[in-house]
Design a protein around this ligand. Structure first.
Ligand code: ADP
Ligand code: MG
Length: 709
């Protein structure tokens, strides 16, 4: 187990990015011409010739070897949800004298060929057609990772099939970034900007996670196999006192966080904030925002480093969306904005949003995009674990809506009224009532923690994403749906004879047509569910219900138009999601069955036997009152037989599910029948946990897990 010693204190700027082949390193090491060429490729998405790639590969290898690297890997993001890699060493075949060289060619840098047959493809490729390619993404920096395997040069890559179809998270993300770039440039040109050359989505992902003691974790087979507890009753104290949220961070956790930050900084991940979250044992980490693509890669690194560092500290990091029933789960907030290469944020309303027409067009287009494609945003946050979280009074509801706050809502209302906004409500002075404290301007808009899609000053925050999911798909959707709305606006406004008049009419139309997506109230309330129904907003409760959104004619048209996904890619993704869902629930059900058979029922039998023995012994000894033991015995025996019946029902349901063909129907079956059978088994077991002698219960309780870290 690691603790921090004084000698480990360092200057952050000395270590930041030391393991990254970043722009500075490239500038320093590459010949000027090569560096410029690479820059052009990154800026303009032009193609890189093999000669240039050879020189870059050589320098990259030399640099990596200086960092201790012996191997390189094309690091990619297949649709399994985690990253994948296959390692090759740099050595060439030994020469006649038995000596090897370390080599790395441009070809090896830009293209890899892992066997694709074992990665999910959703029917895009038959297993016999195993070819898949990884292609270097030069817009995300290569880095050297140090772990038990030594040091490895990791090259971020996209992963495609033999026929060029995307088999990963990165390819569509890069495609969607091209789409939003093109349409955003058109939009800003409308307002006279002729100087910005590129518009890139900026993304900052806040990551929530739980930390529990490793030894206790190892005693919970449910956590080991499924990432969440399948049994467990709430301890006497939960999170009701809110004393963990933003509470001071205990030394064991602080030492962990310090090591996480150090590792991340070395990898060039700008880890910025850390705090305790609402639930006991829950924490959050947020880096500073970066380009969408880097932020997505870096979020994968954050998840990896959290897990690895926890291990080194005798802890286990849980990234599951709902590790503990009855305790807040974990999500990810995807903060999103659009930034030009010369530093203009298109989502910055400025001091006077009522005068900022460009911002008004951006905002109303985003309203249109979110309203029209709420179902796609919903499916981008669909995850087996998130089904336990969304709409459960702790995370946004399953209904997508937008929070704008009083200031911007007033602008929208003015636009609806007469097509122009003439004033902006201002923040007031905040008076603390204490002379020695400064009075300051209050923000014009409060925060709303219950909204799934909230405007927060100069960005939108999409809060539905699951804690263990890649943020790729949410950003693919955001980039593409906003690109579409921008395109439609530009198609119309570029043709206008009188731009100001046309713009005013257009803003008014969008504001009016899509006002229904705005909701500033309490998203957790039942009233909102009813109100959203009246407004005709979709309420898509589960992952399985969300998946069909991917393949509607509306989605096929949208993604086809911007070359983000073709129809077969969409269908394959839907298939993969159905399959992932059924498999995950099947594993959970099997784990429940095993644990119940092997440890829970035997423990309860021991307990009821001890009660029976006690009854007999006490009766024989003195004939005293045995009513308590008898009551406990009756109750626990009855719960035991309920559990036994529920167990058999779960076995039957799971067997039937397994016998079905993979796909929509099977997923629906698991979602409806198997999950219900799981709940039915859990109920008597959780009641028994409260009754049974603690020393006889075969696994640590919720209290042990979340209050004793
Ligand atoms: P809050 O959610 O409390 O407003 P922050 O302001 O710290 O918290 O932002 C949370 C995340 O949003 C961080 O990752 C931050 O870097 C990111 N962020 C801040 N500004 C932007 C922006 N313009 N575009 C995208 N992400 C941003
Ligand atoms: Mg936030």
């Amino acid at each position: 187990m690691r603790t921090t010693s004084m000698s480990e204190y360092y200057n952050v700027s000395d270590i930041f990015g030391v393991n990254v082949f970043n722009d500075n390193v490239m500038k320093e090491r590459l010949p000027k011409k090569v560096y410029q060429k690479l820059h052009e490729t990154i800026q303009d998405s032009s193609e890189l010739d093999l000669e240039t790639a050879d020189i870059i590969a050589h320098e990259m290898k030399e640099w990596a070897i200086e960092q201790g690297a012996t191997h390189y890997t094309h690091w990619f993001q297949p649709l399994t949800g985690v990253t994948a890699e296959k390692h090759d060493s740099f050595i060439t075949s030994p020469d006649a004298q038995g000596k090897v060289l370390m080599s790395f060619s441009g070809k090896e840098l830009i293209k890899g060929e892992p066997d694709a047959s074992s990665f999910p493809s959703g029917g895009l490729r038959a297993t016999c057609e195993a070819r898949g390619y990884t292609a270097w993404d030069c817009t995300s920096f290569a880095f050297v990772r140090h772990d038990a395997a030594g040091a490895t040069l990791c090259i971020p890559t996209a992963f495609c099939s033999y026929t060029g179809e995307a088999l990963d998270q990165k390819t569509p993300l890069l495609r969607s970034m091209q789409a939003i770039n093109e349409q955003s440039l058109r939009l800003i040109r409308l307002f006279g900007n002729t100087t910005s050359r590129k518009v890139t989505p900026s993304v900052g992902a806040e990551q929530e996670y739980f930390l529990i003691d490793k030894e206790k974790y190892l005693k919970r087979k449910d956590l080991i196999y499924t990432g969440r507890t399948l049994f467990g009753s709430m301890p006497a104290k939960g999170q009701e006192m809110n004393d963990h949220y933003f509470g001071s961070i205990r030394p064991r956790i602080a030492a962990f966080m310090k090591d996480v930050n150090t590792e991340l900084w070395k990898l060039g991940v700008p880890a910025k904030t850390q705090h305790n979250e609402v639930a006991p044992a829950q924490h959050e980490l947020a880096p500073i925002f970066e380009t969408c693509n880097m932020a997505t890669d870096h979020n994968h690194l954050v998840m990896e480093i959290l897990k690895k560092t926890a291990n080194e500290h005798g802890l286990q990091c849980l990234l599951h969306e709902k590790p503990f029933d009855g305790v807040n789960g974990s999500g990810k907030h995807d903060n999103w904005s659009l930034t030009t290469d010369d530093g203009i944020n298109l989502l910055d309303p400025g001091k006077h949003p009522h005068d900022n027409k460009q911002f008004q067009l951006v905002l109303t287009c985003i309203m249109k995009a979110v309203d029209r494609h709420a179902d796609l945003l919903r499916v981008s946050a669909a995850d087996v674990g998130n089904d336990h979280r969304l709409g459960a009074d702790e995370a946004p509801p399953a209904i997508v809506s937008m929070f704008l706050g009083t200031q911007l809502e007033s602008i929208i209302e003015q636009l609806i009224e007469n097509g122009v906004a003439t004033h902006t409500p201002k923040g007031e002075m905040l008076k603390t009532g204490v002379d020695s404290l400064p009075d300051f301007m209050r923000d014009a808009t409060d925060r709303n923690r219950t909204s799934p899609f909230a405007f927060t000053g100069n960005k939108f925050e999409f809060r539905m994403v699951g804690a263990q999911d890649s943020i790729s798909m949410p950003n693919v959707i955001l980039n593409t749906i906003v690109a579409e709305a921008f395109k439609e606006a530009c198609d119309e406004l570029e043709q206008a004879d009188d731009f100001d008049m046309a713009l005013s009419a257009y803003l008014r139309k969008l504001a009016k047509e899509h006002q229904r997506i705005i909701f500033n109230g309490d998203g957790y309330s039942n009233e909102w569910v009813k109100e959203a129904g009246r407004r005709g907003l979709p309420n898509i409760r589960t992952m399985v219900e969300a998946i069909p959104a991917l393949t509607t004619p509306k989605a096929v048209e949208l993604f086809g138009k911007f070359n983000v996904f073709n129809e077969s890619e969409l269908q394959s993704r839907a298939e993969i999601l159905y399959e992932i869902y059924a498999k995950a629930v099947n594993i959970e059900a099997r784990a429940m069955i095993n644990i119940t058979h092997k440890t829970l029922i035997p423990s309860v039998i021991k307990y009821v036997t001890s009660l029976a023995n006690s009854i007999n012994a006490v009766k024989a000894a003195c004939g005293c009152d045995i009513s308590v033991q008898t009551e406990l015995l009756t109750e626990s025996s009855s719960l035991l037989s309920q559990a036994r019946k529920a167990l058999q029902a779960l076995e039957t349901a799971t067997d039937a599910g397994l016998a079905m063909n993979a796909g929509k129907e099977q997923a629906e079956y698991y979602s409806e029948n198997v999950t219900a059978a799981m709940t039915a088994l859990r109920a008597p077991i959780d009641k028994l946990e409260i009754m049974v002698d603690k020393s006889m219960w075969p696994m640590p309780s919720y209290g042990d897990l979340i209050f004793e870290v």
